[in-house]
Write a protein that binds this ligand. Structure first.
Ligand code: DGI
Length: 147
């Protein structure tokens, strides 16, 4: 089954949105495999956002993601990577459709509430950066056949 890495960013945690965001993925029918509230070190932030290191906003991005705790999660399900991105909405909340997480809860790109892996390769990489294999829980849900 496909897995993705999702993270409520420091703005989402501060604004009390962990429950709202988690509920959307639960209600959709995806399965939570692991979750933790944590602080991101500068080293982990730079590694996680490595693809953006030449961008002018890289320093700001690292500063923001290390500015307070994040809620890191691994979710499982059919096509969960692409579907979660769709549920998150566009990177810039001003362009994110109403009904998406960023469309409903965010205003500006620097504070866009949630991160989600954008490909199978980045999902594997990001899950590995944030979770040890033993922190992920394998279990069955009896409703699976209905989803
Ligand atoms: O995968 P996404 O988070 O949707 O977007 P991304 O991988 O292109 O960019 C990663 C994050 O970097 C994004 O969620 C918010 C931040 N970002 C992107 N463009 C800008 C930006 N931050 C600032 N301050 N300015 C930008 O232009």
């Amino acid at each position: 089954m496909e897995r993705t890495f999702l993270m409520v960013k420091p703005d989402g945690v501060q604004r009390g949105l962990i429950g709202e965001i988690t509920a959307r993925f639960e209600k959709k029918g995806f399965k939570l495999a692991g979750a933790k509230l944590m602080n991101i070190s500068e080293e982990l932030a730079k590694e996680h956002y490595g693809e953006h290191k030449e961008r002018p906003f890289f320093g700001e991005l690292v500063e923001f993601i290390t500015s307070g705790p994040v809620f890191a999660m691994v979710w499982e399900g059919k096509d969960v990577i692409a579907t979660a991105r769709f549920m998150m909405g566009k990177t810039n909340p001003a362009e994110a459709a109403p009904g998406t997480i960023r469309g409903d809860y965010a205003v500006q790109v620097s504070n866009n509430i949630i991160h989600g892996s954008d490909s199978p390769e980045s999902a594997v990489r990001e899950i590995g950066l944030f979770f040890k294999e033993e922190e992920l829980v394998a279990y069955d849900k009896s409703v699976a056949a209905w989803i």
